[in-house]
Design a protein around this ligand. Structure first.
Ligand code: PEP
Length: 261
């Protein structure tokens, strides 16, 4: 499968870490460390409270930014929620939907995840749709069955012709924040499976154009091997995105893989 038809994306998911006052120093340091690359889009997904500061601190468009969640509603009496239109108004580019922590702690199910993905798309941004199996599902050899179900459920909300705007992140739950990583081959097999599901539903041209990321304890040591896999088009990175040095090294791994260095 040829990667030239899709973007490579390295996206940092800060979760609920760092303070607004730490955003500018982080952005300055990362910008200084960032390797020159045409083959990789870099994004930071930060808490809502950090977006405006990040936007100002990034100065140019070498780094995209976005949010980690969004409301399914457009506007109105939804205390505490943030709409897709609000994020689009800040020029956000990406929004993760269905992160396993949102599925676990906020009760986001596949229906809500699909609605959120559509809300993001409708405002011209790209949803990063997260899917992933639990340890129990993996131990019972149910990984691909479960992931296919999640991908199909999300796809059913994506209008035809809009698929190129979505990103899928395969994040095995047992690998998130645990230091355990899927082996490159395990991650490749699932990402390839996800592409097959897209191919069956929306055709080969669409399938080859959708970026599929791996997430789950990716770090500067294991990034190159994971990113070398034919169906892994980048990473969604939690812990290692909180240190500019580590994050920049992961971006450098892309340039090593693509031979830009
Ligand atoms: C994540 O939060 O999406 C993630 C992959 O976290 P970590 O890299 O820390 O496992």
């Amino acid at each position: 499968m040829n990667k030239k038809y899709r973007k490579t994306i390295i996206a940092g998911n800060w979760k609920m870490n760092l303070l607004p006052s730490e955003v500018k120093p982080f952005a300055d340091e990362l910008r200084a460390l960032l390797p020159k690359t045409k083959s990789c889009e870099v994004a930071l997904l930060v808490p809502f409270t950090h977006i405006s500061t990040l936007r100002r601190s990034l100065k140019d468009n070498r780094i995209s930014y976005g949010a980690q969640d969004v409301s399914v509603h457009d506007k109105g009496a939804f205390t505490g929620e943030v709409s897709a239109e609000m994020l689009a108004d800040l020029n956000a580019h990406y929004v993760t939907v269905g992160h396993s922590e949102c599925r676990q702690y906020h009760g986001d199910n596949d229906f809500i995840v699909g609605q959120k993905a559509l809300a993001v798309l409708e405002k011209g941004m790209s949803p990063i749709i997260c899917v992933g199996e639990s340890l129990e599902q993996r131990d019972r050899s149910l990984t691909m069955e479960y992931i296919s179900y999640q991908v199909l459920a999300a796809l059913s909300f994506i209008p035809e012709g809009k698929e190129r705007q979505i990103v899928i992140a395969y994040e095995p739950i047992w690998a998130i924040g645990t230091g355990k990583t899927a082996t490159p081959q395990e991650a490749q097999d699932v990402c390839e499976g996800i592409r097959s599901v897209i191919r069956e539903k929306r055709g080969a041209r669409v399938a080859r154009s959708v970026s599929i990321l791996y997430g789950g304890s990716m770090n500067p040591k294991n990034a190159k091997e994971l990113l070398s896999m034919p169906d892994i088009d980048g990473g969604l990175i939690g812990g290692a995105s909180l240190k500019p040095q580590d994050f920049a090294q992961i971006i450098s791994a892309v340039t090593e893989v693509t031979g830009e260095e």
